[in-house]
Design a protein around this ligand. Structure first.
Ligand code: SAM
Length: 261
């Protein structure tokens, strides 16, 4: 599998950190997915592809709801752990290593493609959306959840990008809701639901541990927090709670449907 430098950075980073993304991770809390599923007429027996599955929390939830699930990820150790977690929960899932930008599936193979808290690592997100549309059957659904930042906030966007890149070098970019809507439209996916929800980053030190951030980068992040402008501080709701550094992201929840014809 030939990877571009951005994909290779993710494969290395998440291959190393896979042990951290299992049961105790905040991503194991799936209320955001349950909320998004209210916009999808999910039925048992649907063929679902969970792209960039990480610890498998989205794909395994779909399997529990009766879907026939394939978990995909660029990092093989993630898939091994996700499949093991599935077995613990009595769930059978298929796994496949591939980059989100090039999917090894035939046209129209899936009823649902999901992807949660991962596209900010992708080197070619519009390519990922095109591939999603290709592998969906006519009338199939796309469920996307990821960190985002609305258009018109260049200072906060630059601050967040700086911090995320220092924390985890495999971070690539957060994209606005408007940009995701445009990419969906260009690929023949009609957006049925799109919202930005507030989502708390609950503890900077835990967040460093998740990515195994080098000590020098941690210092630079702390400096970026100390020196953040009042406008950034207010927009990101940067603060201290019980001795922990917290801020709030915008979480994009988007559901789209491929043209049924
Ligand atoms: C935070 S985890 C995903 C969390 C997971 N989707 C969930 O619901 O809990 C991010 C995952 O994206 C994967 N990833 C990053 N870039 C990728 C790419 N270009 N193609 C496929 N997977 C990728 C990483 O290997 C990692 O497992």
């Amino acid at each position: 599998m030939k990877l571009d430098p951005i994909q290779a950075a993710s494969a290395a980073q998440f291959g190393r950190q896979s042990a951290f993304y299992g049961k105790g991770h905040i991503l194991a809390q799936t209320a955001d997915i349950e909320g998004a599923l209210r916009h999808i007429p999910l039925a048992a027996g649907w063929r679902a592809l969970d792209v960039a599955t990480g610890g498998g929390h989205t794909g395994l939830l779909l399997a529990e709801k009766g879907c026939i699930v394939t978990l995909g990820d660029i990092a093989a150790p993630m898939l091994e752990r996700a499949a093991a977690l599935g077995r613990e929960r009595g769930l059978q899932v298929a796994t496949r290593v591939f980059p989100a930008e090039t999917m090894p599936f035939a046209d129209g193979e899936f009823d649902l493609v999901s992807c949660r808290v991962a596209p900010h690592h992708f080197s070619d997100p519009p390519g990922f959306v095109r591939e999603t549309a290709r592998v969906l059957r006519p009338g199939g659904y796309f469920l996307l959840i990821d960190g985002s930042i609305e258009d018109g906030r260049p200072e906060a966007e630059a601050w967040l990008h700086h911090v995320e890149k220092l924390r985890d070098p495999s971070h690539h970019r957060f994209w606005s809701d408007a940009t995701w809507r445009r990419w969906c439209g260009e690929s023949g996916l009609e957006v049925l639901h799109c919202e930005l929800q507030p989502m708390k980053q609950p503890d900077l030190e835990w967040y460093f541990t998740a990515a195994d951030t080098p000590p020098a980068n941690r210092e630079q992040v702390r400096a970026a927090i100390r020196t953040a402008s009042p406008a950034v501080r207010e927009f990101m709701r940067l603060g201290e709670e019980d001795g922990k550094t917290v801020w709030w992201w915008q979480r994009l929840v988007l559901v789209a449907r491929k043209d049924a014809r």
